[in-house]
Design a protein around this ligand. Structure first.
Ligand SMILES: *[C@@H]1O[C@H](CO)[C@@H](O)[C@H](O)[C@H]1NC(C)=O
Ligand SMILES: *[C@@H]1O[C@H](CO)[C@@H](O)[C@H](O)[C@H]1NC(C)=O
Ligand SMILES: *[C@@H]1O[C@H](CO)[C@@H](O)[C@H](O)[C@H]1NC(C)=O
Ligand SMILES: [Zn+2]
Length: 413
């Protein structure tokens, strides 16, 4: 161990460059695209989304894992900001709160235009890299945010949503979450219901990446099987190294490999080491493992910064990504493999999703069959649209009864 460390230190010195320097050189060209950051949630809970509030200035914000100087020090070139609203908003104000989180992301771009550039395509991300901006994209975390509505799904796409996590840590009426696999929740859709399948098809048609972090294994398999584009896990690690049901098991990693999909590794200690303590090298072990099982093309980063309370030693905030890259260089990852993990793999998946969308827009009509009324949870929502035709189709007898007066009407004869 000791001797090989010295040997490698020597090699690096001969090359005139430390691992860390080499990491920075690579990241100047190819910065990180991180799959999941919950800064918008921090802005809501700490400042009620007031960006002019004393203390919420993103240049000086100190109580979070993320601020502008840390993003710069970490060579972050693109971030999927999480528009997250908790499961207790389901059947309540989930849609309104999701809109507000998308708004606060867009306002970050407006208030800090030298730093953030809100973008919506893979090409835009490359352009932002050129301009030295942090490309900022919206990921909506939890299918409850669409309130079982294909119309809301489409509207969120128009507002910039480019991935939707099919569930958070609760079932939706159309997809099961990971707590089904721990036994804490009952399976309801056995993966995806028929309506859930129409959500996935519509996401393919629109060009929204399907995110399988937080879903049950049955939902992972159903979505991987059905999707005509590769999918992502925006913030999940390897189940084989830490047997937490939020992580991705080996048989699913095989499907990831077969479909050209992507696992963006989560840094939360509970998912890295299955304990309250973890280290940077254990995160590197997850990256090594996913690379070994699914290929270097399947590896990405989704740190979950500002969404978690415990992070590994060495990866305490968003400034630390170069140290992780230095560790992988030390583990003999090639420059191409590292660039893949940092950005190119996500850009490949995103472009494939855009291509499928471009192709299917012309051949496929939008999905429009509403979810069955009896699948919607109890709530104060109204039932417009459900009172006439759809309820008749549920009761064929009622259809006949309602047609009878028309058929018998003398005006029609
Ligand atoms: C944040 O602080 C910087 C300087 O500390 C200032 O230039 C900038 O206008 C502030 N931005 C906002 C949105 O308050
Ligand atoms: C890296 O490669 C060198 C030379 O091929 C080898 O000696 C070394 O053991 C490798 N290190 C690791 C961590 O695989
Ligand atoms: C999809 O279509 C748009 C609009 O025509 C085009 O700008 C974009 O390059 C296409 N994307 C891919 C990946 O084919
Ligand atoms: Zn999450």
């Amino acid at each position: 161990m000791w001797t090989s460390w010295w040997l490698w230190a020597l090699v690096a010195m001969c090359a005139g460059e430390t691992w860390r320097e080499q990491a920075e050189r690579i990241m100047q060209q190819t910065p990180v695209i991180d799959g999941h950051n919950d800064l918008p949630w921090q802005l809501l809970t700490k400042f009620n989304n007031q960006l002019y509030h004393q203390g919420s200035n993103l240049s000086t914000l100190a109580s979070t894992h993320t601020n502008i100087p840390k993003l710069r020090a970490g060579f972050v070139g693109a971030q999927f900001w999480s528009a997250y609203v908790p499961c207790d908003t389901q059947n309540k104000d989930a849609v309104k709160r999701t809109l507000e989180q998308i708004d606060v992301i867009q306002r970050m771009c407006q208030e800090y235009p030298e730093t953030f550039k809100c973008v919506t395509s893979s090409q835009d991300i490359r352009q932002a890299f050129q301009e030295g901006k942090v490309a900022s994209l919206v990921g909506v975390e939890g299918g409850h945010s669409i309130d079982s509505s294909l119309g809301v799904l489409r509207a969120l796409y128009h507002l910039g949503m480019r991935y939707l996590t099919l569930t958070h840590s609760c079932n939706t009426p159309w997809a099961d979450n990971w707590l089904v696999d721990t036994g804490e929740d009952e399976p309801e859709s056995q993966g995806l219901s028929e309506f859930g399948e129409s959500v996935v098809r519509e996401m393919n048609r629109l060009g929204i990446m399907i995110d399988l972090a937080h879903v049950s294994v049955a939902t992972m398999k159903a979505a991987l099987q059905l999707s005509s584009a590769p999918v992502i896990f925006s913030h999940s690690s390897a189940y084989q190294l830490c047997a937490h049901k939020r992580n991705v098991p080996d048989d699913v990693l095989q499907l990831v490999k077969a479909t050209g999909s992507l696992v963006m590794v989560n840094f939360y200690t509970d998912y890295v080491s299955c304990s309250a303590q973890a280290t940077l090298t254990q995160v590197a072990d997850h990256l090594d493992y996913i690379k070994a099982v699914a290929g270097a093309e399947a590896v990405g980063l989704g740190g979950d910064y500002d969404g978690v309370t415990r992070l590994p030693v060495g990866l305490e905030d968003v400034s630390k990504y170069p140290d992780l890259v230095a560790e992988l260089l030390q583990r003999n990852w090639t420059e191409a493999e590292i660039k893949g993990m940092l950005a190119e793999n996500l850009l490949r998946v995103f472009a494939a999703v855009e291509e499928v969308s471009n192709r299917t827009q012309t051949s496929h009509k939008p999905e429009e069959k509403p979810i069955a009324l009896d699948k919607l949870g109890d709530s104060c929502r109204t039932q417009y649209g459900y009172s006439a035709a759809p309820s008749l189709s549920l009761r064929p007898g009622a259809l006949l009864a309602s047609l009878a007066p028309l058929l018998l009407s003398p005006h029609l004869l």
